[in-house]
Design a protein around this ligand. Structure first.
Ligand code: NCD
Length: 308
């Protein structure tokens, strides 16, 4: 549909970036997510057909979109790895593929390794496009489920203090989460990363206007009692050199710096950054609330976009 800039409603619109939306739309999504928690099976998407085009590996995002649509009575055409299994192999262009799918379905959910690809698809598509991750760009639905997880525990998205750890250059979930937090007042974030994976200067300048940002490079600098810790992995598939994050979320660190209200979050997959000993901690959200909320928030988003 090619909708860029601020939108007033998600109805029949693309969701490409957090830049497009505002706290009002976010609270509509959260309200729906809370309703779906109580009554999970509804027929709001009955008769709707949605294409899931995933050009990059995915387990959670792919299956939670699929589950969200089906739980709402909709149907899906699912394409994982189309670059190897569709007519793209025969040389068909991305543009033609999107054009064709957009005449079959009511919306397209797309994941692609290239930044800007969801926007490119939206410019061609005749139906709404939802960005499920575009390279190092954004992952808006992940940020919304992360924000909903924080909101459901702390009852606010303003005046929060949080820690974000890991690959801040290539981690699209971090970019979208920072954008989401910058829509609210009084947030303060500590960014912990090795120098070569720290948040790019232009992002710092941009987010620094709305969020108080503190750059730290050692675990010893983590302040006590933050509202959340958000860990991420190195996006190794986007790097030529093998890199490792020297910070591990473990009980020893929790005992030193966390408080009873600190939430431990990760978009997953984790590849060693969180020790399994943390999993049973009730503050660990990555295998529980974040997963459940992913389904509910995506149900909210799809129903807002496609409701009649
Ligand atoms: C994230 C992604 O794809 O950006 N995963 C996800 O969707 N939950 C994070 C990652 O791959 O590290």
């Amino acid at each position: 549909m090619g909708s860029e800039g601020n939108i007033r409603t998600l109805k029949q619109n693309d969701l490409l970036s957090i830049d497009q939306i505002n706290p009002l739309i976010i609270s509509q999504i959260f309200n729906l997510a809370s309703q779906f928690k109580k009554t999970p099976n509804q027929n709001l998407l009955k008769g709707k057909l949605i294409a899931l085009l995933f050009f990059e590996p995915s387990s959670r995002t792919f299956s939670s979109f699929s589950a969200a649509i089906k739980r709402l009575g909709g149907q899906t055409i699912e394409y994982q790895n189309p670059a190897q299994t569709s007519s793209l192999v025969k040389g068909e262009t991305f543009e033609d593929m999107i054009k064709v799918f957009s005449s079959y379905v009511d919306a397209i959910v797309i994941r692609h390794p290239e930044k800007g690809s969801a926007k490119k698809a939206a410019e061609i598509s005749m139906v709404p496009v939802i960005n499920a991750g575009d390279g190092v760009g954004e992952h808006p639905t992940q940020a919304l489920l992360d924000a909903y997880t924080i909101f459901s525990h702390h009852k606010k998205l303003s005046s929060l203090k949080g820690l974000i750890v890991g690959d801040l250059v290539n981690g699209r979930t971090v970019h979208s989460l920072l954008k989401t937090l910058s829509l609210y007042k009084g947030n303060e974030i500590f960014l912990l990363s090795p120098k070569n994976l720290s948040l790019p200067k232009e992002d710092l300048a941009r987010f620094g206007k709305e969020i108080k940002i503190n750059l730290i490079s050692s675990e010893d600098e983590i302040p006590k009692g933050l509202d959340f810790w958000y860990w991420t992995r190195v996006q190794q598939e986007r790097l030529t050199k093998k890199l490792k994050i020297p910070y591990i979320l473990r009980n020893e660190l929790i005992e030193k710096y966390a408080s009873p209200k600190t939430l431990f979050m990760h978009p997953l997959p984790r590849v060693g950054e969180i020790l399994e000993e943390v999993d049973s901690d009730p503050r660990a959200m990555y295998l529980t609330d974040q997963i459940k909320n992913g389904l509910l928030v995506r149900m909210g988003i799809m129903s807002l976009i496609l409701k009649s």
